[in-house]
Ligand binder design. Structure first.
Ligand code: ACO
Length: 326
């Protein structure tokens, strides 16, 4: 059995920055409200020519280069996204074509903000069992394409971004030490896009009603998020026999700085152990954890031997945690 770990990371952010002041011109909100209630000061927005697959290709090339492997070495590509280029085919297929990763398997995975951790877990299983050697996992979201810029409850939260990581066999003690994933469908309507699928196919009426935009019950989600993130973080640590004090770096999904603070306090982690970029990037759903991971790798914040805990929560609702020795 092989132990799976990260061989290289890469990210790609659109250039355009949307500040809180920009949003003040669109909806009844204020820089003070957004900053105090979410911790977000700015987020990125993709240009019209950019798509989930084009930014993913860019991030993936960076990750492959840093991993020192060729696209043709990949056995599997998993693209975690809830904002695909189009319903059909998968965004992973488009990325595979652009990378020239002929011969490998590629598919999309939909678990919203928890998606990258779901993807990592799938990659770990393929590598551990020997079914795959090199797996590319991408967290990719252009949620600006699904935002109603008249709805202040959602348009201030989400941003665009993509990041990728190449997974492969590593030598212990490095590698993924444990994972824990959950889904609870009873909260499905807490965060959803009503139209555009088989339940409510796209029509002039759905467009008129804005039913193809993200709808969110933020307040209800907040409570479920804090409880689930604490529980799942403790579960994965318990399984691996480690304590919160052993954690060198905690990368939570960047949903809301108040959620991050609440989890940090509940787990008893010191502030310097918790990574946050929400003020610059906003909530990029499944791209949030890999963007943080890439920033930590490139800045040297993450050092060999560090114990890293990653926890996420998202639509579905889904939640999960992965523990990894860098
Ligand atoms: N600007 C100004 N006022 C606002 C804004 C805004 N942008 N948004 C809401 N308000 C108002 C509300 O209308 C409400 O006003 P009222 O008291 O007069 O009725 C008041 O602010 C409080 O609203 P709440 O919704 O209770 O605000 P809350 O403090 O809960 O913050 C937020 C809202 C930021 C959305 C928070 O609930 C949150 O972050 N929730 C979690 C989101 C999450 O984790 N999502 C899952 C991951 S994302 C994914 O999977 C894709």
């Amino acid at each position: 059995m092989s132990v799976a770990g990260v061989l290289g990371t890469g990210s790609a952010l659109p250039e355009k920055v949307i500040s809180n002041a920009d949003l003040e011109k669109l909806v009844d909100t204020s820089d003070q409200w957004i900053t105090e209630r979410t911790g977000i000061r700015e987020r990125r927005q993709a240009a019209p020519h950019e798509t989930t697959s084009t930014l993913s290709t860019l991030a993936s090339r960076r990750a492959l280069e840093r991993a020192g492997i060729k696209a043709t070495d990949l056995d599997l590509i998993i693209c975690s996204t809830i904002s695909p280029d189009m319903p059909l085919p998968s965004t992973a297929s488009l990325i595979q074509r652009e990378l020239g990763a002929h011969g490998c398997c590629a598919f999309d995975l939909a678990a919203a903000c928890s998606g990258f951790l779901f993807g990592m877990t799938v990659a770990e299983q393929f590598i551990r069992t020997g079914a795959s050697k090199y797996v590319l996992v991408i967290g990719a979201e252009l949620l600006s394409r699904y935002l109603d810029y008249k709805d202040r409850a959602t348009c201030v939260i989400f941003g665009d971004g993509v990041a990728a990581a190449v997974f492969g066999p590593v030598d212990p003690p490095s590698g993924i030490l444990g994972h824990e994933l959950h889904t609870e469908g009873q909260y499905a309507e807490h965060l959803f896009i009503p139209a555009g699928g088989t339940a409510l196919p796209a029509s002039c009426q759905t467009v008129e009603k804005g039913a193809h935009f993200i709808k969110m019950r933020g307040n209800e989600l907040f409570k479920v998020a804090v409880r689930s993130l604490e529980d799942v973080s403790r579960q994965v640590m318990k399984k691996a026999g480690v304590k919160p004090d052993d954690i060198d770096l905690f990368i939570p999904h960047q949903a809301n700085q108040r959620i991050t603070e609440a989890i940090r306090e509940r787990l008893g982690l010191r502030s310097e152990k918790v990574y946050s970029n929400i003020c610059r990037i906003g909530n990029t759903s499944s791209a949030s954890i890999p963007i943080c991971l890439d920033e930590c790798v490139q800045s040297g914040r993450l050092k060999r031997g560090n114990l890293v805990l990653m926890s996420a929560f998202g639509a579905g609702v889904t939640w999960g945690a992965v523990l990894m020795r860098w």
